[in-house]
Design a protein around this ligand. Sequence first.
Ligand SMILES: Nc1nc2c(ncn2[C@@H]2O[C@H](COP(=O)(O)OP(=O)(O)O)[C@@H](O)[C@H]2O)c(=O)[nH]1
Ligand SMILES: [Mg+2]
Length: 317
Amino acid sequence: MKLIVMIPCLNEEQTLPLVLADIPSQIDGVDSIETLIIDDGCIDGTVDLARSLGVRHFVHHLKNQGLSRSFRDGLNRALELGADIIVLTDGDNQYKQERIPDLIRPILDGKADTVIADRETQTIEHFSLMKKFLQKLGTWVLNKAAGTTVPDATSGFRAYSRKAAMDLNVIAEYSFATETTIQAAHKHHAMAYVAIPTNEKLRESRQFKSNWEHVRRSSVTIIRAFIMHKPYTVFLSLGFSFLILGLAPFVYVVWMALTHDNWLIFGPQHIRSLVVGTVLLVAAFISFTLGIVADLVRINRLLLEDVLDYVKRIKME
Ligand SMILES: Nc1nc2c(ncn2[C@@H]2O[C@H](COP(=O)(O)OP(=O)(O)O)[C@@H](O)[C@H]2O)c(=O)[nH]1
Ligand SMILES: [Mg+2]
C-alpha cells in the first residue's frame, strides 16, 4: 500500500519545512509514504528546500496556474507514481499532517474512497463571524446541490483512494473542492468525514482577495458543476416555470370569455398579457429544447469519461 502526500505550493519556503516534518514516516497498513510537491510557479526557494529535505517527486508549472490545476496535475502524477492512497494538504502548515493516519483510516478499512477532514470551521478563532456564516452557507448550498452531508465543503485536507482519484476529472479553474465533491456524489463514491482541527494560522489565505470574491467564484463553480451533472433538472424546472406563467394569461382570457357574454370587456390590456404569455411559452419551448440537447451532451460526456477512464487505466496500471 503506497501513500503519496501531495502538497501544492506557491512560494511556501517559510512553512514547508514544518509541513514535511509533521508527515508521519510510518503508518499501520501502509508500506511506503512519499511526498509530491506541485510547484505552481514558485519564485522563492521552495523547490530547492523541498529537495534538500528529501522530497523526490515534483510537478512543475513554469507559470502560476492556480490551485485547481495544481490539484489536477498532482492527482495524475500521484497515480502515475502508483499511489494507492493520495492525501492532499496545504503548504502553509494549516493542517495537522500528524493526523494523516486518522484521515486515511476509512480508506484502509475499505469503508470510503474519499475522506474529507472537517476543520470544524464554526470553532476556528481567527475566522470572522462573516467568514463562519459564509462557510456554513457554502457548505449548505453544496450539500443541496450534491445531495451530500459534507460538514466542511472547502477543506483542503483530503484523502482519495486510487479508484476515486482515477475517477475525478477536474474541469473548473476555481474551487476544485466543491467541484470534485459534486462529481464524487454523482459517481456514487463512498465519502467519509473526520474531524481534524487546524494548526495555528501562520499566514493569511492567499486563495481569494475577499470573502465575496470567493463566494462569487465558488457559486459559479457549483452552478456549472450542477448543470453539468443534472441539466434536465435545471432546464425542465425552468421550462415548466415558463409554461405555467405563459399559460396563465390564456387561461384567464378563456375563462373571461366563457363567463361573460359581452366581448367588449376585452381591451388592449388583454392583448398585452396574451403577447407576454406567448413570449413566455416560447421561452418554455426553448428551455425544454435546451434540456434535451444538454442531456444528450451529458450522455456524450459520460461516454467520453468512460473512454478517458479506460485510457488512464492503460497508461497508469
Ligand atoms: N493561493 C494560491 N495557492 C496556491 C496556488 N497554487 C498552489 N497553491 C497552494 O495551495 C495551498 C492553499 O493555498 P492557501 O493560500 O493556503 O489557501 P486556503 O488554505 O485554501 O485558504 C497552499 O499550499 C498554496 O501554496 C495558487 O495559485 N494560489
Ligand atoms: Mg491554507
